[in-house]
Design a protein around this ligand. Structure first.
Ligand code: NDP
Ligand code: 8X3
Length: 251
């Protein structure tokens, strides 16, 4: 049987690009996100283009019961998962600590930290000892704190720590745990961060060539398809014109 991958946040950006990249390599896909209409469309598109099976699971990763129910109700034939990509995540606002909206802080922590924990724990019994790979999408923001990054950075530092601790705790099962930390990738990320302000969002990418979601998906694909004795612990992937969270060489 073909390998199975579970991708959270597959309705857009990096997750959607991963769905396409792994579909092209004949993986069976479990795709999830909150936007059911997008999931259905991606499912039918990928099934038609690549002649593969796609299962769509609509849930909010912040909702613990919804996460566990969705995974418990997977059909038996989908309960062996070779690759889990914990990608669902977001940033809300880029404001000074004193001006931030507390609801934004809570949503980022509930999504980027709690959501990743719930999905990982719920999928754990479906992972295949000595075979499976878990890939957590961190960020350069989980490596370096920058001005007005406060809670988004904290949530991604947590992803870094969770990745390291999962790697230690899953060692006995032979399950590999990898973190991919991208710099700037042009997706819906900034539109979400700036709450629909597309002008502000596009300014983020002015004067340099950002990564595409496909660039990141290619790297994830590489990390997920190494021989089963090889684990990339972590990998930071940046646009050439970005040296750190804040240093850019702009045109
Ligand atoms: P997008 O906004 O394009 O995609 C985010 C995805 O996450 C969507 O599919 C969205 O689906 C899903 N998502 C968000 N909140 C929830 C939720 N509560 N429950 C379920 N799914 C959710 O952004 P990216 O592709 O850029 O982001 C993907 C990951 O990459 C995130 O973790 C982000 O932090 C990280 N990252 C992004 C970088 C960038 O520059 N773009 C750089 C470094 C890291 P839906 O809305 O349908 O629920
Ligand atoms: C997204 C990249 O630099 O905006 O994680 O934090 S950044």
């Amino acid at each position: 049987m073909n390998k199975t991958i579970f991708i959270t946040g597959a309705t857009s950006g990096i997750g959607k690009a991963c769905a396409e990249t792994f579909a092209a390599a004949n993986f069976r896909l479990i795709i999830s996100g909150r936007r059911a209409d997008r999931l259905k469309k991606i499912k039918s598109d990928l099934e038609a283009r690549f002649n593969i099976d796609v299962l769509d699971l609509c849930f909010d990763v912040q909702d613990k019961n919804a996460v566990f129910d969705a995974i418990k109700q997977l059909p038996e034939s989908w309960k062996k998962i070779d690759v889990l990509i914990n990608n669902a995540g977001l940033s809300l606002g880029r404001d000074n600590f004193a001006d931030c909206d507390l609801n934004d802080w809570e949503t980022m922590i509930q999504t980027n930290v709690n959501g990743l924990l719930y999905v990982s724990r719920a999928v754990l019994d479906c992972l295949i000892p000595n075979e499976s790979v878990v890939i957590n999408i961190g960020s350069i923001a989980g490596k370096e704190v920058y001005e007005n990054g406060n809670v988004y950075c904290a949530s991604k530092f947590a992803v870094d720590a969770i990745t390291k601790s999962m790697r230690i705790d899953l060692l006995k099962k032979g399950i590999r745990v990898t973190a991919i930390h991208p710099g700037a990738v042009e997706t819906e990320f900034s539109i979400v961060r700036f709450k629909g302000d597309t002008t502000k969002a596009s300014q983020v990418y002015n004067g340099f060539k950002p990564l595409t979601p496909e660039d990141v998906a290619d790297t994830i694909f590489y990390a997920a398809n190494l021989p089963s004795h090889v684990c990339i612990n972590e990998l930071t992937i940046m646009p050439k014109q970005q040296a750190s969270a804040i240093y850019f060489h702009k045109d």
